[in-house]
Write a protein that binds this ligand. Structure first.
Ligand code: AMP
Ligand code: ZN
Length: 137
C-alpha cells in the first residue's frame, strides 16, 4: 500500500484528524477511535511500513522509545492499574490497519478483559518447535 492510500499515513500528516497526544520527528501518537479502555493510544512511525517485519530498525527504535516514554504518562493520566503493550502483525494476528503501530492499552483492576488462553502442548511439541525456530535463524 502506498502512503497516499494509508489511513495512518494520513493521520500522521494531519490530512485526517485524530486525537494526537504526542509527536516528534519520527513518531506520532494518537487515541484509538475504538478503545479497549480510556487512554488506549496508538504509536506509529511517520515513515510508512506495513508492520513489524518490514519497519526500518531506526523507526522501530524511535517508536519503542515513544512507547517507553508515553506508557507511564498515559497510566498516570487515566489512573490505570496497569498497561498492556501490543503489536498485531498480519490478519491472523488481528492486524486491520497495515501501517505498523503499537497499542498502549491502559488496564484497570476488574475491567473484564481476558488474557490469552494457553494451549496445551506436550514437552515434545514445545521442544520440536524450538528446534524448528532455531533452524530458521
Ligand atoms: P490493529 O487491529 O492492530 O490493526 O489495530 C488498528 C486499530 O486502529 C484499531 O484498534 C482501531 O480502533 C484503530 N483505528 C482505526 N481507524 C482509526 C482512526 N481513524 N483513528 C484512530 N484509531 C483508529
Ligand atoms: Zn502508512
Amino acid at each position: 500500500m502506498s502512503p497516499e492510500d494509508c489511513l495512518f499515513c494520513k493521520i500522521a500528516s494531519g490530512t485526517i484528524p485524530s486525537e494526537k497526544v504526542y509527536e516528534d520527528d519520527h513518531t506520532f501518537a494518537f487515541l484509538d477511535i475504538n478503545p479497549i479502555n480510556k487512554g488506549h493510544t496508538l504509536v506509529i512511525p511517520k515513515h510508512h511500513a506495513e508492520n513489524i517485519m518490514t519497519i526500518r530498525k531506526d523507526d522501530l527504535a524511535a517508536v519503542m522509545e515513544t512507547v517507553r516514554m508515553l506508557a507511564p504518562v498515559i497510566q498516570r493520566a487515566v489512573s490505570a492499574d496497569g498497561i498492556n503493550i501490543g503489536i498485531n502483525n498480519g490478519s491472523a494476528a488481528g492486524q486491520v490497519i497495515f501501517h505498523a503501530h503499537v497499542h498502549v492499552m491502559p488496564r484497570f483492576d476488574g475491567d473484564g478483559h481476558e488474557h490469552w488462553q494457553g494451549k496445551k502442548l506436550t514437552a515434545e511439541e514445545i521442544a520440536s518447535t524450538a528446534i524448528a525456530i532455531r533452524k530458521e535463524l
